[in-house]
Design a protein around this ligand. Structure first.
Ligand SMILES: [Zn+2]
Length: 396
């Protein structure tokens, strides 16, 4: 198979892919509400002859689109398309979704009888800002990765780089309940739930000094009362806790909960905890697949950073990476030093550099999938690596 034919098929699709990505930029939809984005992406896949299931895995905005050429391995490409509240596509998931379908469409158009199966999973709500975030975990729990040999996706960045580790993450909501009273007339009769939340944040601030450096504890006070002259009856914190190791994460989560229990005890409020998203694991990038991806980027004539895109952030792709060999590399959409979860990052996705990144993302995914389909021995090596790592991590 001449990969150039696949790349030509992607080039032929580029103007439509950019149109969809730009539409998503102008019309951002947060997790589990990405209805229009999911419709646009699945419409293209249907038009190109993929078998599309949508909704999927119990999620209204989830989908699965598959094409089987001949017998052979099954490779999954993950698409994300959710935005962040308030700042739109500040994480560039419009690029992720369009690069994923672009890769699949290029592969199928140029190589309909490919020796194997390509699946695009539409995975909603990667961002933890919404309830029940973690679409990939729902897809996993649905059993949809049974029979999948390897999985990959790309994520926009300011450089082309291989993926490294990511933090495991727990997302929770902490609700304090107190008692209203006239804040001036009879404050002694009230129980101040906002004070409980403030005490809790002071506890977090003290705790940060006594956890390992990879730990991140961060949150917001989402509700803190109704009016200055009413003692706040209810306060709500939304929190993330992250750590590199799942077992250490569990330890820190307990300490975080103790901060909230202390805040409640000090004020007389009650406290309740609710997990708001699936627990995200730590990302394990497969070394051989990473090397393959790098070779594909370089063959496209694109630069590749030596640095690894390791981060303190988290992704539900990590949960996939514990089930099947996976990679989560980064693709440049801007040469400026912009940071993620900022409007500048969203703006970059619709520039010429952003569109170029989309094309590079689609082609590097497609090139890597082609290698995996064509080389059983390579896939064998990748799976060996994966089982070795899995054996080590379960020993741990
Ligand atoms: Zn992201």
């Amino acid at each position: 198979m001449d990969k150039q034919l696949i790349y030509n098929a992607i080039d032929a699709k580029m103007s439509r892919l950019c149109e969809i990505s730009d539409w998503m930029y102008h019309n951002p939809e947060i997790g589990h509400q990405e209805r229009e984005a999911a419709k646009l992406l699945t419409a293209e896949l249907t038009q190109h002859g993929f078998t599309v299931e949508a909704p999927f895995a119990g999620m209204e905005t989830g989908f699965k689109a598959a094409h089987k050429g001949g017998d052979g391995p099954t490779i999954a490409i993950f698409a994300e398309y959710d935005a962040l509240p308030g700042i739109g596509h500040g994480c560039g998931h419009n690029i992720i979704g369009c690069a994923a379908i672009g890769a699949a469409i290029g592969l199928k158009d140029a190589w309909p009888d490919m020796p194997g199966t390509v699946i695009v999973f539409g995975a909603p709500a990667e961002e933890g800002a919404v309830d029940n975030a973690g679409g990939k975990v729902f897809i996993l729990e649905h059993g949809a990765l049974n029979g999948v040999d390897a999985a990959l996706m790309i994520h926009p960045s300011i450089r082309n780089a291989l993926g490294g580790s990511s933090n495991a993450r727990e997302a929770m909501e902490i609700t304090f309940k107190g008692k209203t009273a006239h804040a001036a007339g009879a404050p002694h009769e009230g129980i101040n739930a906002l004070d409980a939340a403030i005490q809790t944040f002071n506890g977090f601030n003290a705790l940060r000094q006594h956890v390992k450096p990879d730990v991140r504890i961060h949150g917001i006070i989402q509700e803190g009362g109704l009016a200055p002259n009413i003692v706040p009856e209810r306060a709500v914190i939304r929190m993330y806790v992250r750590a590199n190791q799942a077992d250490y994460l569990a330890e820190v989560v307990e300490k975080v909960k103790n901060c909230a229990r202390a805040g409640a005890l000090a004020t007389g409020a009650t406290v309740e905890f609710r997990q708001t998203a699936k627990t995200y694991k730590d990302m394990v990038n497969n070394p051989t697949m990473n090397a393959l991806f790098k070779a594909n980027i370089l063959a496209l004539g694109e630069p590749m950073s030596d640095s690894v895109g390791a981060g303190a952030g988290s992704t539900d792709m990590a949960n996939v990476s514990h089930e099947v060999p996976s990679i989560h590399p980064y693709i440049a959409i801007s040469s400026k030093k912009i940071s993620g979860h900022h409007v500048d990052f969203a703006d970059a996705s619709v520039t010429d550099e952003g569109h170029h990144g989309l094309a590079v993302g689609a082609k590097s995914i497609a090139g890597t999938v082609a290698d995996l389909l064509l080389s059983p021995s390579l896939l064998h090596e990748i799976k060996e690596e994966f089982s070795k790592h899995r054996a080590l991590s379960t020993e741990h």
